[in-house]
Write a protein that binds this ligand. Structure first.
Ligand code: SME
Length: 161
């Protein structure tokens, strides 16, 4: 059962994320490989809500993000800390929600259909930033505090291993 990809678009966000978190935990039960976890989280979050782009940028050197597992059209390969939404979230180690990407100075456009996005920092069990999780939508203002709460819970996997 745990191998099913859920479509949760009909549910309110808090219920959808609770179900999704349980599903992610079940699929990753016994897994201790962050690449496997990044791939699984990207796929399940992406398809649960039919997002435009969903995936990870990993910290590969001081001040540098490089694309990791994702779902969607081609993502740019590297993003320096401080650039775009992902680089801002990494540099400031905080969630960044952008309701309208056209109003965000320095937004990096990888897919012209992107209208809004959320980027969250991902930390390991020592509290060290290891990646950021980036979700893009074709809809303006698709993300809010409920998405931040739900995604933070799912991303807690990386601090628990
Ligand atoms: N939108 C991001 C760039 C990455 S892609 O959208 C996949 C940004 O401005 O950080």
């Amino acid at each position: 059962m745990s191998e099913i990809t859920l479509d949760l678009r009909g549910l309110d966000k808090s219920r959808a994320y609770a179900e999704l978190d349980g599903h992610v935990r079940a699929v990753l039960d016994g897994v201790d490989d962050p690449i496997t976890a990044m791939s699984t989280v990207s796929s399940l979050v992406h398809h649960a809500f039919a997002h435009l782009w969903t995936g990870f940028y990993r910290v590969v050197a001081p001040g540098l993000l490089r694309v990791g597992p994702y779902q969607g059209t081609l993502g740019c390969l590297e993003i320096p800390f401080g650039k775009g939404v992902c680089g801002t979230a990494a540099a400031e180690e905080r969630t960044v929600i952008v309701a309208d990407v056209s109003a965000f100075p320095g937004h990096i456009s990888c897919d012209g259909r992107s209208r809004s996005e959320i980027v969250l920092p991902v930390k390991d069990r020592r509290g060290v930033l290891v990646s950021v999780f980036d979700v893009d939508s074709e809809r303006v203002a698709a993300f809010d505090a409920a998405d931040e709460r739900g995604l933070l819970q799912i991303l807690g996997w990386f601090a628990s291993r």
